[in-house]
Design a protein around this ligand. Structure first.
Ligand SMILES: CC(C)(COP(=O)(O)OP(=O)(O)OC[C@H]1O[C@@H](n2cnc3c(N)ncnc32)[C@H](O)[C@@H]1OP(=O)(O)O)[C@@H](O)C(=O)NCCC(=O)NCCS
Length: 292
């Protein structure tokens, strides 16, 4: 694989993403109007692997990351080419190297509109639309369905209570990622008859807070697992990434001030990623775009 590429007059080489200053990554994401703070990049770098395209004086022109879950699955994200170097093969070059690093793993990602043709050409297929919903949380939340069960806070040293449930919903055990995300996050669980049937995390991200993952068995449960965080975020900026197009959960988010800001397409390569079964737990809210 070619480890250097020429974009405009810039001769770029691939470097490990951990070798560059986080402020350069922050500048890169700002260049494409993404909300990531340096702290968000730090967390993502701890969660996964990646490369950057840099020039001879260390300027960063592009990035691509992958996040392994278990031995046979990974998600891909943070694929960025800075605007002045786009449409010259840089995105494809970054992706080809990440695919090589991922080896035989089954893959999933959430494609923005500009990236969609690139992923199609690399053999990814579409599975679902993901709605990025965000906005300022109102002082009063809309009416909610009756709560069936008991909501509790989960201390971060009790993640074992939700790992198996999460794996059933996500399709792969991602205990390591959950442990990283839980640092500084509030975690809520919903229990019925002593069994944990759903959970949600809320953490600082970008312009405010992201609520996700949200794992639940029904729209009603997902509403309560989201509302428990929204109640504490009145007046603040919050985001939920969800594949629910309509139904009680989507309506609740809409009425809670979280309108659709953007859509992306969930795509996979290898085994199918999204396998929803009735009465089984389901990922109502994503951990993040890059993390799926
Ligand atoms: C998506 C993105 C990474 C593509 O990077 P890039 O360096 O421009 O990509 P490439 O030049 O390698 O082009 C890849 C493919 O995209 C398509 N493409 C790129 N620029 C295009 C343009 N201006 N018009 C139409 N298609 C275009 C082409 O299909 C191209 O395929 P080709 O190699 O057969 O021509 C870049 O646009 C970007 O950073 N966008 C903002 C952040 C983002 O959305 N990231 C994706 C996250 S999933």
């Amino acid at each position: 694989m070619q480890r250097s590429v020429r974009l405009n007059s810039f001769e770029l080489v691939a470097r490990d993403i951990n070798d560059v200053d986080v402020e350069l990554l922050h500048a890169l994401s700002i260049s494409v109007r993404w909300p990531h703070r340096p702290k968000d990049w730090d967390l993502l770098r701890r969660a996964g692997h990646g490369i950057v395209a840099v020039d001879g004086i260390g300027r960063v022109f592009g990035s691509a990351m992958w996040f392994p879950h278990g031995d046979d699955f990974a998600t891909i994200g943070l694929v960025i080419t800075t605007p002045r170097a786009q449409a010259q093969g840089g995105g494809r070059w970054l992706m080809e190297q990440v695919l090589e690093q991922c080896g035989d793993r089954n893959l999933a990602l959430n494609a923005t509109h500009p990236a969609y043709p690139l992923y199609i050409s690399l053999g990814f297929t579409s599975e679902a639309i993901d709605y990025m919903r965000q906005g300022q949380v109102p002082q009063t939340l809309p009416p909610m369905p009756a709560l069936d069960g008991e909501l509790s806070d989960l201390p971060s040293d009790r993640l074992g209570d939700i790992t198996a449930l999460d794996a059933r919903a996500f399709g792969t055990n991602r205990a390591r990622l959950l442990a990283l995300l839980s640092e500084g996050a509030s975690i809520s669980t919903l229990s019925r008859a002593g069994e944990v049937v759903g959970y949600s995390m809320c953490r600082e991200f970008g312009r405010g807070y992201v609520i996700g993952p949200i794992v639940a068995r029904s729209d009603q449960d997902a509403v309560h697992l989201t509302a428990v965080h929204l109640k504490k975020l009145a007046g603040q900026f919050a985001r939920v990434d969800t594949r629910e197009r309509d139904g009680a959960f989507a309506e609740f988010l809409q009425q809670s001030g979280l309108g659709i800001a953007e859509t992306v397409t969930t795509m996979s390569k290898g085994r199918r990623f999204l396998n929803r079964e009735s009465n089984e737990p389901w990922v109502y809210g994503l951990a993040g775009h890059a993390l799926s």
